[in-house]
Design a protein around this ligand. Structure first.
Ligand code: COA
Length: 257
């Protein structure tokens, strides 16, 4: 049992490696996941990341029900808002994240999924936020991002019933980008991540940051932020390289500077 982080070129893969518990996460796994996201954010060699679960039964069955509910954090811990930040709770990771969903994606697995940018799912994958069936609700962004990312009635149905949807339904509602055969999930996720990693890193990160911040700022402020960010990027080596490569009819060599 562990959180594994491997590097393949500029693509990092984070694997929740606890298949015997369907990749459910206890405190130790959440801490490991937090460390892995910080590494993705801070390591300049990483340009894109994939997150997946070990085995082919589950992406993640969410919080470890056998340890979590019995150990609610103290009020003092609750005030440590910057501790153990996650992709879906507090940590700002502008490098793109691709989810490779290889099975059941439940509860905390779903709230993690909702914080990723591109999602590839196996045909047998299922999706649910079943917390209300266990006396809880999907925190770590579940109540917030579900209604942002799905039509209202669909999001509320999932949130309030705890019902599960299959991969074809998830694809129809745009919760996932692609549904593929189980043995193709990682290859398709890697293809997305590699193609993103070939693009100019600063431009990719700026595009992601602006897109996600658009939910929090009004259009006028968003348009202005775009202008300012674009002006900054225009002075980058990679913007010059992009134009030069086009003029010279060759592939660009981006450095992230
Ligand atoms: N927390 C702790 N243990 C979990 C778990 C979770 N969230 N999800 C699965 N496990 C454990 C099971 O208890 C079982 O342990 P055991 O072998 O000691 O009995 C083992 O993982 C395998 O689970 P099992 O239910 O036999 O596998 P499955 O493939 O038939 O079903 C799930 C997989 C994910 C559909 C099912 O385990 C499930 O519904 N889990 C609960 C998920 C949930 O409600 N999450 C919301 C968290 S608030």
């Amino acid at each position: 049992m562990s959180i594994d982080l491997t590097l393949d070129g500029a693509v990092a893969t984070i694997t929740i490696n606890r298949p015997e518990r369907r990749n459910a996460m206890d405190a130790e796994h959440y801490a490991g996941l937090s460390t892995a996201w910080v590494e993705v954010r801070d390591n300049p060699a990483i340009r894109a990341a994939i997150v997946t679960g070990a085995g082919d039964k589950a992406f993640s069955a969410g919080a470890d029900l056998k340890s979590f509910t019995a150990h609610a954090p103290s009020l003092a811990e609750l005030m440590l808002t910057q501790q153990g930040q996650l992709l879906n709770r507090g940590l700002e990771v502008w490098k793109p994240v691709v989810a490779a969903v290889n099975g059941a994606c439940l509860g905390g697995g779903m709230t993690l999924l909702l914080a990723t940018d591109i999602r590839v799912a196996a045909r047998h994958a299922t999706f649910s936020v079943s917390e209300v069936r266990r006396g809880l609700f999907p925190a770590n962004g579940g109540t917030q991002r579900l209604v942002q990312q799905l039509p209202h009635a669909i999001a509320m149905e999932l949130l309030l019933t705890g019902d599960s949807i299959d991969a074809a339904t998830a694809e129809r509602w745009g919760l996932v980008n692609r549904v593929v055969e189980t043995d193709e999930v990682m290859a398709v996720a890697l293809d997305y991540a590699r193609r993103i990693a070939e693009n100019a890193p600063l431009a990719v990160q700026a595009a992601k940051e602006l897109a996600l911040r658009s939910r929090d700022v009004d259009l006028a402020a968003g348009l202005r932020l775009e202008q300012l960010m674009l002006r900054l990027l225009q002075t980058s080596d990679d913007a010059r390289e992009g134009a030069a490569a086009f003029a010279e009819k060759r592939a660009p060599r981006f450095t992230g500077a």
